[in-house]
Structures are given as C-alpha cells and as structure tokens.
Design a protein around this ligand. Structure first.
Ligand code: ZN
Length: 355
C-alpha cells in the first residue's frame, strides 16, 4: 500500500485561537429568570459549574446571580456542521456569535490534536482522496488531503486519521483525479467499523448518487445541480449540510435541499466557514433556508437538536437539566422568524456569558 502524506506548509493556528480563557462563574449559580424556553414555555434556567442544573417556574434565587430575561426567548446554542478552522481560525468569534460546536471538514492532520477550550470541535483532519485528488492541487495543497492510490491505502488513511483523533471522515467525490468506487466503499466501511460517520463533498447528481452507493452518511453541501428523484431517495435516513450561501443559493440548490428533506434526509445547518466569513450564526444562510421552504422550527432544529443527535454531541442541542450551560437569549420568538437567531442578545457558553 502507498500512502502519501502532504503535511507541510500551513502553520499551526491553535496557539492563536485557544478559547479556554473564559472561567466558569465562581459565585454560586447563574439564574436566568422570566424568559420563555422555546419548545417548553415560560421557565427559569439555572446554570452551575457550566451545566444546566435546573429548569422550571419560580426557581429559588437565593445565592444565585440573577439575570432578568423577561420577555426574551431562550434556545440552545448553535452547531455549525461544516467549517474550516485551520483555514480561518476564529473559534472565539464563533463562540461569541452563538456557536457552541462545529464540525471541521478538512484541515491538516496536526489540527486533530489542537485544543479548542470550551468550544467543541468534531474534526475530520485531511480528506481521504486520490493522488492529485481534490483538494490537494487547489486550496488544500497545504495538507488538507491524504493521497491514496487504492482501497488498501484509503483504509490505511482512515486508520491513520482515527488514531490521530478524527471523529469524522471526509471523502471528496468530485471527478478529476478521484478514488474509485471500490476505494470509496472500503474507506467508508472502515470508518463505520471505527464508529466514524463519513461525509462527502459531492455537488452533482451523479456525485451525490455515487456517495450514497459508497455508504456515505452526510453530504457536506447541498448539491448545486438538480437531483434526480432516485438520488434524493437514496439519501433517505442520511443527512445534508446546507451551505447554501457558500455557493450562491441558486434555485436549483434551494430546491435540492427541500427535495432531500422531503426524501427523508436530516438537514444540518452549516456554512462552510473559512470559505464563508460570518463567524457567528449566519443570517444569510438562515434567509436562504427559509427561502428554500424550511419552517422556522426546522431551521432551529437544523442548528441545535438535529446536529447534536447526529454528531453525538450529547450535552448540546437542548435546554434541559444535564446539558451544557450553552444557550442564546433572543429578543423575539425564532419560531416566528428564524432570522432572529443570527442576532442573539446574549450568548452563554458552558456557563460563561460571551455576549
Ligand atoms: Zn468546506
């Protein structure tokens, strides 16, 4: 087997982006009073030691730092299911904007060992790709791809990434120099044996179909050319990351998102941050999701409960006892207009107020 590692060139960004600086509130608990927990109703929320420890009406205020959120709406912090933090290191700005976790879908392998403080990162490391395959001869020439010659090499690459700490595997399917179907299938199967979900960059109908045949779990982007009914059906029970803004949000792309949703695919909010530049919750992405036809409730779920369940981020995605004290305080009900999610009045990350 042959496995070529392309690892040089990109300086490691972690030291400049460590978000571990905020210290949990030391004086008792924080009690947010008077607000409406979206999906639950009027309720106070107590956060202690970085976690939600109590949710209910009229909670005891003795010893607590009380924050009055009367008339406000509380939702869980967001999860962005497609980012590139080695390309544009901005964990701290993302956290300030209401993102509690992100799925990094291509970075040099050293990124897998980088600390991120209380900002949670699920990382793929380099894409498993063909010799000279995407993205090693374009934007990702600095170690964003592991080049493999055959199925055995692709399986070895998956093992290498797993050992280095990868929690997801990315297999580009893009035409040009490309792993063959057998190699894609072998890599996906090995990832699944190791408990890792598999994501593909696959933008056309034939590429999305090939990804499904290979056993891929997630489309890294909503495909941009119109999907056939058969391809959409093949994505039932799998997932698609929106990234509508990253490719301009054409009518074909918006239509594909709804086609996939209607076929039974889980929709995950994602921006391709690094290629896009809004470090918070991206209002343009939310607008495009609404324009596609997603309801406000679906948009909210795509950034909270759905990705928490999909990526195994068990302490995120809900405002409930035992979850992280990571939530947003909004000035209006996001089930009326999801756009308010992009402008949180307060942002809490593991019990620390970030905004
Ligand atoms: Zn990307």
């Amino acid at each position: 087997m042959t496995l070529l590692l392309l690892l040089a060139c990109v300086p490691h960004p972690a030291s400049a982006t460590d978000t571990s600086a905020p210290v949990p509130t030391a004086v008792g608990s924080v009690l947010l009073v008077g607000g409406t927990v979206v999906g639950l109703g009027a309720a106070d929320v107590r956060i202690g030691d970085g976690k939600i420890v109590e949710v209910g009406a009229g909670l005891d205020r003795v010893g607590a730092v009380v924050v009055d959120v009367t008339g406000r709406f509380l939702v869980p912090s967001f999860i962005d299911s497609h980012v590139h933090l080695a390309y544009l290191p901005a964990e701290s700005e993302m956290a300030d904007g209401g993102i509690a976790a992100a799925v990094d879908l291509a970075a040099p392998i050293e990124f897998l060992a980088a600390p991120h403080g209380s900002f949670r990162v699920v990382a793929a490391g380099p894409m498993v790709t063909a010799v000279a395959g995407y993205p090693t001869r374009s934007w990702g020439s600095g170690g964003y791809g592991l080049e493999c010659v055959d199925a055995a090499g692709a399986v070895a690459a998956v093992d290498t990434l797993h050992a280095a700490g990868a929690e997801v595997i990315k297999l580009p399917i893009t035409g040009g120099d490309q792993l063959d179907a057998a190699s894609l299938k072998a890599a996906a199967a090995r990832a699944h044996e190791l408990g890792l979900p598999v994501v593909s960059h696959a933008l056309s109908d034939s590429e999305a179909a090939a990804a499904a045949v290979a056993g891929v779990d997630v489309l890294a982007h909503t495909p941009v050319s119109t999907l056939s009914a058969a391809t959409a059906a093949a994505w039932k029970g799998r997932a698609v990351v929106t990234t509508l803004g990253a490719f301009g949000g054409s009518s074909a792309t918006l239509g594909n998102l709804i086609t996939l949703r209607n076929a039974g695919a889980t929709v995950l909010y994602g921006t391709d941050f690094g290629n896009t530049r809004d470090a918070g919750i991206d209002g343009h992405e939310l607008e495009l999701m609404a324009a596609a036809g997603l309801t406000p409730g679906e948009i909210l779920a795509s950034g909270t409960s759905a990705p928490a369940a999909f990526w195994g981020l068990d302490d995120l995605g809900a405002i409930a006892v035992g979850k992280a004290g990571s939530l947003l305080v909004l000035t209006a009900d996001p089930l009326g207009d999801a756009g308010v999610l992009a402008e949180p009045e307060q942002v809490w990350l593991t019990g620390v107020r970030r905004r």
